[in-house]
Ligand binder design. Structure first.
Ligand code: RB5
Length: 147
């Protein structure tokens, strides 16, 4: 699995921000696995959050980004998959700490709640911050069945 491949998914409310983030990922040198949706026509966020979860669980990508109106529904859907640790972030501090403390592998954003610049900054910080390990490893292990 390539660490330069990032899976992305959104519902209709997150479509425009997803498109912007796909462009940003490419600028940053990542390849994008875009799991939809492909327009602003109304769809159901669980379908896309779960598709992202399956892509992570199946090893198609090691990291992902999900977007819906609030980021809540699609993060709940992605987190139904035990392979996913999706973190809903509204600021760069959350984006940094979800990596350092939680080893989050999916960034969730609410397109109706955060501006484009904040979303871009969250993405950059999420991708460039390493897991701190140490005492956090034990806690993350407790989130992972069979670990
Ligand atoms: C769609 O209207 C909206 O409910 C959805 O994008 C999301 O915010 C749900 O959590």
């Amino acid at each position: 699995m390539s660490d330069t491949l990032v899976a992305v998914a959104s519902d209709h409310a997150g479509f425009a921000l997803k498109r912007l983030l796909c462009a940003e990922l490419e600028v940053l040198g990542y390849r994008v696995l875009d799991l939809g949706t492909d327009s602003e026509d109304s769809v159901d966020y669980p379908d896309f959050g779960m598709a992202l979860g399956e892509a992570i669980a199946g090893g198609r990508a090691s990291r992902g980004v999900v977007v819906c109106g609030t980021g809540i529904g699609i993060s709940i859907a992605a987190n139904r998959n035990p392979a996913v640790r999706a973190a809903l972030c509204h600021d760069t501090t959350s984006a940094r700490l979800c990596r350092e403390h939680n080893d989050a592998n999916v960034l969730a954003l609410g397109a109706r709640l955060v501006g484009e610049e904040v979303a871009r900054d969250c993405l950059r910080v999420f991708l460039s911050t390493a897991f701190a390990g140490g005492r956090h490893q034990r806690r993350v292990d407790k989130l992972t069945p069979g670990a």
